[in-house]
Design a protein around this ligand. Sequence first.
Ligand SMILES: Nc1ncnc2c1ncn2[C@@H]1O[C@H](COP(=O)(O)OP(=O)(O)OP(=O)(O)O)[C@@H](O)[C@H]1O
Ligand SMILES: [Mg+2]
Length: 822
Amino acid sequence: MIDVISDGTGAREVEVGMRQQLPSALPVLPLRETVPFPDTLTPLAIGQERSVALVNDVLAGNRMLVMLASRQPDLDEPGPEELYEVGVVGVIARMLKVPDGTLRLLVQGAQRVHIDRWTAETPYLVAQISEMPDVLEESPELTALMRNVQQTFSQIVEAVPYLPEELQIAVANVEDPGGLSHLISGSLRLPTDEKQVLLEECNVGRRLRRLTEVLARELEVISIGTEIQSQVQSDMDRTQREFILRQQLKAIQEELGEFDESAAEANELREQLAAVDLPEDVRKQVDRELGRLENLPPAAAEHGVIRTYLEWIASLPWDRSTADNLDLEHARTVLDEDHYGLEQVKERIIEFLAVRRLKPDARGSILSFVGPPGVGKTSLGKSIARALGREFERISAGGVRDEAEIRGHRRTYIGAMPGTILRALRDAGSNNPLFMIDEIDKMGSDFRGDPASAMLEVLDPEQNQHFRDHYLDLPFDLSKVMFITTANTLDTVPGPLRDRMETIEIAGYTNDEKLQIAKRYLVPRQADRNGLKRGQLRITNAALRAVIADYTREAGVRELERQIGAIARKVAREVAEGGNPKGSIGEGRARELLGRKRYHSETKRRTRLPGVATGLAWTPVGGDVLFIEATAFDGEGKLQITGQLGEVMKESAQAAVSYVRGHLSQLAPDLPSDWFRTHDVHIHVPGGAIPKDGPSAGITMATALASMLSGRHVRDDIAMTGEMTLTGQVLPIGGLKDKALAAQRNGISCIIAPELNEPDTEEIPEHLRKKLNFHFVGQIDDVLDAALEPADGATPPRRRTTRSVTGEDRVYARRTQATQGE
Ligand SMILES: Nc1ncnc2c1ncn2[C@@H]1O[C@H](COP(=O)(O)OP(=O)(O)OP(=O)(O)O)[C@@H](O)[C@H]1O
Ligand SMILES: [Mg+2]
């Protein structure tokens, strides 16, 4: 059997020579997997012994043989039954002996023949044959078929790599339709049986039609093949492209040293985070982000975002705590070291710590220091932290309007950061610091969310175990943090927050306390701060008292400390200039250093005229005195109230007017009973810039009015506070301690207060209680008796009318009061 070593593409070399006379019988050479075609050149490789013998015999004779395709290509020596019946006569054109004993032949195909009868099978096959010539009927259809076949084949040649381009030219130049069909059939890669059909068909028209179909199908297969190929290509592209690009990028990064950087960074963070005992869900998130970080080049924007995020996680004290020092004696010592007085406050703090000591994991309530500025709220917090051995962090809630300030912004925002709570935790470096949340009463709220509810989540022991910052988006346990809040007043603190606080009020200091604080704490501290030795800054008690009285007016000691600081600086300058200040700074020297005194006792000056009464008020910055002025002028019974008063205060002014109007004959018997009808009354509370409200100025207004009507002066050493009913009863008020302190600051020695407030004096330091003369009252009459100077008869109320008083007038006046009820 013969192996084909190449397709019959050598056809173009064929010179159609003279056909030799066809013998009746010829040796038959079976071909494996190839079909011979007439008039084409076929290269063959021959190895079988039987075939070698055949070729040798043929070469010795007329060189002719019959090439016949085998139906069963896997058989080495197929017999007649395994061979087709139609083949091609060939003439051996060239023979080459290969050293391994096989032969290479080039056989020129000639006529198509039919095997009529087998005459021998050994040593090789021999058969009787007859020629099968083409049947050709010229027609336009045939020409059309020819052209079509040529065209389609040329397309195939272009699409298929195994067909040389020269075939296009050869095919275009063939004029014989039968030859054309053989040439094309021979060069295509088709299944053997299909080729055999093309060989056996003698009718050229039919053969071309068949070939057209085959070619059309081939072209289709080829184009689908390209399509599939390009699709596969693009599928592969997408996944591979990225891979390849990444590889390239990596190579570039490595070249630039960047990749190392990225990996090194991720590794550094990984190591850092591996050392931290993270909660499970945090660990998962961290691993995820680390994986992402490694695969991002440092230049990617996302890279920086992830790195910052991981750095934040690494910087938080997940597992770092400090050990608490719950030695109560130690705590007491520390508190005393830092603060003078404040006995009750210190006691409360010690109790609080005692409970902590007995029940360390108790979810403590939140301590809240409430009091005026400068009384040591913040510094007490620091002392507690020092006593406990905890880190101290101060967080200001004042002016916080945006929830995000507390809880941070989501990571999707550019420049997002954790909120103030986590920032403070990072700064503290331990997960159980003492957080002082200052000015919790000054937290605002607006469209950006309610910071109070975020603060509640922070403070509430029920919720703060899983505090979730928007930026971190992971829970952080805040339950070990000790919170202390400070406020000037609890009025503006939202209810739910207030409920969770254990309030400790710090009212303010008396002048004596201030003196002690100054001597023991402020002077040494300021000496220190200004680089003076202790002995170089000595201030006498008299000087300090002068500073307290004339250069400060405050509930706390901040201003006092500042003034002492001012003295210290001046002394420091003298020392620096070579002086050697010896001895103490006395009152005169202090005044000299501080300049003109800043505050004057106004009470005396203000109450020089009748119609002015001194009241005591409570404000978030401590108690204060306020002056209420009443005046009247000709008019028609109108009441004017000025001085930025709130509704409640205006109402109590009206009530006071109604009361004095009803008691006009008692209060000012000289006035005509229709006095209120012919006069306008104006009540003014100076200090218009400060809004004032509350009912506790009631008796003060009534006193100012009574003073105006009667012309009796209000005593200048007296200040008062109390709500008043229309019937003249005096009702209790709040903040007596603050008010008492304010009275003292203003040089007042007597306080008129509601009798129901008498128990409150216990809160007032004893030495102050002794100095101040309290006058407790139940009725406005008592107030007026105590506050108004005796009538001297010589000073009539201003604009006092001289009209005579008739009975009718009085009745009228009473009626208008009842009906108009001003
Ligand atoms: N009893 C005291 N003994 C010693 N120093 C005191 C005392 N009270 C306050 N001080 C000092 O007064 C200064 C002001 O106190 P601090 O800043 O704590 O006031 P505060 O109550 O927090 O005021 P604010 O409400 O304005 O924040 C601090 O230097 C503090 O040490
Ligand atoms: Mg403070």
